[in-house]
Ligand binder design. Sequence first.
Ligand code: IPM
Ligand code: MN
Length: 366
Amino acid sequence: MKPVYEIAVVHGDGIGPEVCAAAVQVVKAALGPGSPLHFSEYPAGAEHFLKTGQSFPEPTFQACREADAILHGAGGLPGVIHPDGTEAGLDFTLRLRFELDLYANIRPVRLFEGVPSPLSGVKAGDIDYIILRENSEGLYAARGSGALLRGEVAVDTLVQTRSGIERIARKAFELARQSGGAPRDGVRRVTCCDKANVLRSYAFFRSVFDEVAKDYPDIATEHALVDAMAMYLVVKPGHFNVIVSENMFGDILSDLAAATVGGMGMAPSAEIGAANGFFQAAHGSAPDIAGKGIANPYGTILSAASMLDWLGHKHGDERLNQAAARIRRVTEDCLANGLLSTDLKGRASTSEITRSVCDRLTAGRD
Ligand code: IPM
Ligand code: MN
């Protein structure tokens, strides 16, 4: 337990500042006047790059590395790019992942009461699984080191290491152990999602996963090819409990999965390493709706709840875990009571949702 937890906050671009401010307010309301969290804001992102030529200033990096946790809104703006064509506003997220070794990207996918799903015949609770995205290697690890030959041939390299696969596989089994199993049958199950039938690196991913699985005889295991998985997430989402996959596959499947539970606004994430934790929703900066006050803050609020959980467990601080549980209960209650933003086919603004969540927390209505 620490007297003060330093939280490095980066608002970022587009709707980033709106959803980030909402999450900070909610955390403050959940912890009340004696809150042990101290928030400090630092710049990074595409806007900052346009103003200063720097997308991720060194002092921001130092502050993030030293902080107890990092909270981010969203980053990136289309057209704000490096000479190689990649987006400058993504440097913050990607450098943190690689340089702080945030290898586990935990993305809960859950259909809440009151939230419309485009899938027919599913109700709240029918979809409840975790996509565990390997976050430190895979294809995206080539960021910044790809090659373009004579303007004719471009190459990026997919990297998988034994130690990297082992640790993410272990994390998957541990998450399954802590869970209540898949909604459809209650079975604790880890699905290894790969493309082992085509590429050697994915066949290796699968074989190392199978070795690790032997240490977890109490958890059911299976394999799914990523193309089939895209279909399964639509036709039998209730079958899944924990899905573990390589970085890029996890990225793509996350958006598909989010769509089944209300969209990107309902997709929280927690990016965890041995020492650091980084929390942001899985969505982008949505510049088309920025500044209109209609962004869905639930994904970032739920990511902030994961931040409190992670900090609470790490430091043995029950206050933080209780606050996380309260935020989840209140969020669920608000959604069930129709407090929906426009992406969820409702009319509530970002500030109406935030105020309502905060009021319930302050009044102890959870
Ligand atoms: C995500 C995002 C990121 C990714 C971007 C912001 C770098 O899409 O977290 O899923 O591509 O990994
Ligand atoms: Mn993504």
